[in-house]
Design a protein around this ligand. Structure first.
Ligand code: SUG
Length: 446
């Protein structure tokens, strides 16, 4: 049966702001003082979805989460009415208010790890929301993520939902951003590459010195077990600690794969030759032929990859043959990267086309095209069984653009986060959104 990869993009929430919250993410740390424009951020995300929809790719939408998250602030001891909680948090602990207000759920590549039915032990699509326990603002996401995914993929005969892994450092899990699936073609069994930053229990191997390694081997192994993956269908690879220390906080900042193509930087993995050999062998056993595209450090240093987000691109199969690489605008603005991409196209490899999208608002927080999407491969039955309301159509796009214009502010800074009106605006917007996407009640206030 034919299967197809669907990109589900996270819709940017009404509280999008620059909190400077993510250690090891150089864009987030650099831009913490900027004023954000949530309206522009949401429209940029929607424009990307519309571009791919217009090109014929199935495109879904994942709703944002409600922020500020008052329940978390209450859990931390702030009391009184909503307005009092916000005011006290702003007065006593601005970083906590900023964290509780982050629209970080937009980066749905961190929402969950997804295994398609072609790979899983029981023939169902498996979802494990990522605990994101490396940072407080991101650790707040997984309960709602789990509810949203369950509302979107309800039929238990097709979809299996696991709770997030235990939220402790040993099981740090960042979801699909550290998970790449390779296969001969959509629908055929694949090889799932899990990239981790450190091993929590063995304590073996070098670790980054400057920035945290967010993902552990033990978390990746647990997800592989939960999803019923066989040893023949998985590869575990340690990320190179030196690139983590240069700002590669997720593997998707330095590598992207799709079907048989793995596009990666020479320094992405601790032991690239071993990783590549194992991937090639396991993919061959599943009828595929690995097509690696390695970017040598002599041609592009890691700094250029981090600065341009070249690898945080979307790699998509084209009906016309070859693949499309959807890169952020920062790649075109980076002379060395842009020249390298032109040379890649001229060389006539598997990547046949490059398109550019403007995601500047999200990029300033370290979120490029690949961060904003969660890939779910679905066969025809699974596609029919999922909630259709979240699938992009020309009408839904128009409705969402109008919805953003109705509800989103065009500037948001730290001082605005304590404004109780922002919370009310967000509740109204999200309540309306669940109707537009036919999701039912997924938010705590509903
Ligand atoms: O976890 N930024 C996110 C960016 C996530 C990007 N996702 C992928 N690479 N898949 C993070 O570092 C910054 C929020 C702030 O500073 O306001 C933030 O959380």
């Amino acid at each position: 049966m034919g299967a197809i990869e669907v990109n589900f993009d996270g819709l940017v929430g009404p509280t999008h702001n620059y909190g400077g919250l993510a250690q090891g993410n150089v864009a987030s740390q650099r831009n913490g003082h900027l004023l954000a424009n949530p309206r522009e951020a949401a429209l940029q995300g929607l424009a990307k979805m519309k571009l791919l929809f217009d090109l014929g790719y199935p495109q879904g939408v994942l709703p944002p989460q409600l922020r500020p998250d008052l329940a978390s602030l209450r859990r931390l001891g702030f009391t009184g009415s909503d307005a009092e909680v916000l005011a006290e948090a702003a007065r006593q602990a601005m970083p906590l208010l900023a964290a509780s207000s982050s629209a970080s759920s937009m980066w749905v590549a961190n929402a969950a790890t997804v295994t398609p039915s072609a790979d899983s032990g029981d023939g169902r699509v498996h979802f494990t929301p990522a605990n994101l326990n490396c940072a407080f603002h991101r650790s707040l996401e997984h309960p709602t993520t789990g509810r949203v995914l369950a509302a979107m993929f309800g039929a238990p005969q097709h979809f299996a939902h696991h709770p997030a892994l235990p939220p402790v450092a040993q099981f740090g899990d960042e979801g699909a951003a550290n998970h790449t699936r390779l296969c001969r073609a959509a629908g055929s069994p694949g090889v799932e590459l899990f990239v981790y930053g450190r091993s929590a229990f063995s304590g073996q191997g070098p670790t980054p010195q400057r920035y945290p390694a967010r993902q552990t081997l033990e978390a990746s192994q647990a997800v592989a077990r939960l999803h019923g993956l066989s040893a023949a269908g998985v590869v575990f690879a340690q990320q190179n600690p030196h690139v983590i220390d240069q700002g590669v906080f997720h593997n998707d900042v330095i590598a992207v794969g799709h079907e048989q193509v793995l596009f990666y930087h020479q320094d992405a993995f601790l032991d690239s030759p071993r990783v590549l050999a194992e991937l090639a062998e396991k993919l061959a056993a599943r009828g595929g032929c690995l097509q690696p595209i390695e970017v040598p450090r002599s041609e592009l240093p890691v700094e250029a990859a981090v600065g341009s987000y070249l690898f945080n691109s979307q790699l998509l199969s084209r009906g016309a043959g070859g693949m499309l690489l959807l890169v952020p605008r920062e790649c075109r603005e980076h002379a060395q990267v842009w020249a390298w991409l032109q040379a890649l196209l001229a060389a006539g490899g598997p990547i046949a086309e490059v398109r550019v999208v403007d995601l500047r608002q999200s990029m300033r927080n370290g979120g490029g095209p690949a961060c904003l999407r969660l890939r779910v491969e679905l066969n025809a039955q699974e596609m029919a069984a999922m909630n259709q309301g979240v699938m992009m159509t020309a009408t839904l796009y128009r409705q969402l653009v109008a919805w953003v214009h109705r509800h989103y502010r065009d500037r948001l800074g730290e001082a605005d986060l304590a404004d109780p009106q922002l919370l009310r605006e967000s509740c109204t917007a999200l309540d309306e959104l669940t109707t537009l996407l036919r999701l039912g009640a997924v938010y705590p206030f509903q």
